[in-house]
Design a binder for this molecule. Structure first.
Ligand code: 2AM
Length: 183
């Protein structure tokens, strides 16, 4: 019997290299923090998890039907999930943008229609900079209070991307599989 291979997928917005470097510059010393390598910093729209390779063609066709106008994003301040005392994820937020919310909702509808379960939690746009295994409230407080020296530039968003995440002992490798233009 032929084994069906599954691949780990997510959908994200790629960011300009200069902005990724600027975000990497927000790092502060936090024991045990795993900082996202600058080239991997992205804005996740949806996490799909393991999907059978044979389903990717249909998924691609459905995602390419999405019609959302291109838009601009403005990065906002830093924050953390779930809270400073037990922060697990440190991030940069985004100013509210209706087209981003609509895009995430459209992607989610496609995924649900394709039978890919999605989190019930509302979409909370953020750009993950670090993941923490242990609580570090003092250091996290210092990270959160460190204001960026300059306002971040507006980010033009003209496409979204289906990525494969290849896990290995050296960490995750993100491979863009398909890009979907906005209108
Ligand atoms: P986040 O960092 O924006 O929260 C690629 O791995 C992306 O998919 C990550 O950046 C992460 O988004 C999201 N992701 C990874 N594992 C996940 C999981 N188990 N549940 C939900 N989202 C996940």
């Amino acid at each position: 019997m032929r084994r069906v291979m599954a691949i780990r997928l997510f959908i994200a917005i790629e960011l300009p290299d200069g902005l990724k470097r600027a975000f990497a510059g927000l790092r502060t010393p936090i024991p045990g923090a795993r900082w996202v390598p600058p080239e991997q910093i992205h804005l996740t729209l949806a996490f799909l998890g393991e999907v059978e390779e044979t389903a990717v063609g249909h998924l691609h066709d459905e995602l390419s039907r999405i019609r959302i106008p291109s838009f601009k994003l403005r990065p906002a301040g830093t924050g953390c999930f779930p809270g400073r005392q037990r922060a697990r994820v440190l991030w940069v937020g985004l100013e509210p943008e209706p087209h981003l919310r609509d895009l995430a909702a459209a992607v989610q509808s496609v995924l649900l229609a394709c039978g890919i379960p999605q989190e019930e939690r509302p979409f909370s746009p953020h750009i993950t900079l670090a993941r923490l295994k242990l609580p570090a409230p003092r250091e996290v407080g210092l990270f959160l209070s460190g204001e960026p020296k300059h306002a971040f530039p507006l980010v033009p968003v003209r496409e979204f991307i289906l990525f494969q995440s290849r896990l290995s002992s050296a960490g995750a490798q993100h491979v863009p599989l398909h890009s979907f233009p906005l209108t």
